[in-house]
Write a protein that binds this ligand. Structure first.
Ligand SMILES: Nc1ncnc2c1ncn2[C@@H]1O[C@H](COP(=O)(O)OP(=O)(O)OP(=O)(O)O)[C@@H](O)[C@H]1O
Ligand SMILES: O=c1ccn([C@@H]2O[C@H](COP(=O)(O)O)[C@@H](O)[C@H]2O)c(=O)[nH]1
Length: 260
């Protein structure tokens, strides 16, 4: 495993200066800053967006499909697509049936921890705190997997977690999802599933789960709104057996197969 981040500036320290995930997400940057960004002013972008190290890469991969962490407005006892709602479980079924390449952002980050990569220990701490890893790190991991895959159909699971993630992904990969799914699950069910998952994850405990739900609630809403406005969002009830849930998912993907 090699480090995907080769910059001399640590993206985690940039994130710390610019973002407190315990606070509400910031609104859009002012127009002047956006214009600087559009002009490719790297220095301005670094400061403003925390993720500005990216080169603009136009990528020819066909658009990907995101299994998303999403949230419903004014419906606070359910957390669509939240932690433990069953996204990974359904992804496995989609892969089996439709031949997609499954990319779980969380798994990619955990792999960085396991192989002691440059930011492995910082990623570990971030995950223990239930916080969001800087987009620069996550998108580069996803990019590497997409570019080294023979497949052209991707299921991106648990990503984007924030508008910053979404914007970084679209900018780097030059691709948008064809479809975004959100899994609608009551909070107590998610907590129950996470606490009985039994896979030895450092974040499968009540303390981290509470933090994850809080971060999820604060940062996912703009992402949902964005995809809803684009007409790409599909809500799936996450209650029921795995097969029952897949019967809601299957037709959506069958329709995508036809579009090509
Ligand atoms: N329909 C279901 N009914 C009951 N348990 C389920 C169902 N689907 C998945 N599970 C179980 O719930 C746990 C969480 O599922 P899964 O890992 O797929 O969720 P996730 O949304 O990918 O979670 P995370 O975002 O934390 O990675 C697993 O132990 C899984 O076996
Ligand atoms: O895009 C991402 C995805 C994940 N994280 C961090 O990893 C954990 C676990 O993610 P799962 O999707 O539940 O496997 C999550 O709580 C975040 O801390 C991330 O930062 N960015």
């Amino acid at each position: 495993m090699f480090d995907v981040i080769s910059h001399s500036i640590n993206p985690f320290s940039i994130q710390k200066q610019n973002e407190d995930q315990n606070e509400e997400p910031r609104s859009r940057p002012p127009r002047e800053e956006r214009e600087r960004e559009d002009r490719g002013d790297v220095e301005a972008r670094n400061f403003t967006y925390r993720i500005g190290f990216f080169q603009q890469i136009i990528h020819s991969q066909p658009a990907s499909i995101h299994i998303e962490d999403l949230e419903i407005i004014d419906h606070r006892d359910t957390y669509p697509g939240g932690p433990g709602s069953g996204k990974g479980t359904q992804c496995a079924k989609i892969v089996e049936t439709f031949g997609f390449k499954h990319l779980s952002a969380g798994d990619l980050l955990r792999r960085e921890i396991a192989c002691n990569s440059k930011y492995g220990s910082t990623i570990l701490n971030t995950i223990k705190e239930g916080r969001i890893v800087p987009s620069e790190v996550t998108v580069k991991l996803i990019q590497r997997e997409m570019e080294s895959s023979d497949n052209h159909k991707f299921l991106i699971d648990g990503f984007p977690r924030s508008e910053e993630n979404r914007i970084a992904f679209e900018r780097i990969m030059g691709a948008e999802p064809n479809i975004v799914l959100f899994f609608d699950c009551p909070e107590e069910e998610m907590v129950k599933r996470v606490l009985s998952r039994n896979q030895g994850r450092v974040d499968d405990n009540l303390d981290t789960m509470k933090k994850r739900l809080k971060v999820f609630e604060a940062w996912n809403l703009p992402v949902i709104n964005y995809y809803a406005e684009k007409g790409k969002l599909h809500k799936i009830s996450a209650l029921g057996t795995e097969d029952e849930i897949f019967e809601q998912v299957r037709p959506l993907f069958a329709a995508c197969e036809v579009i090509k």
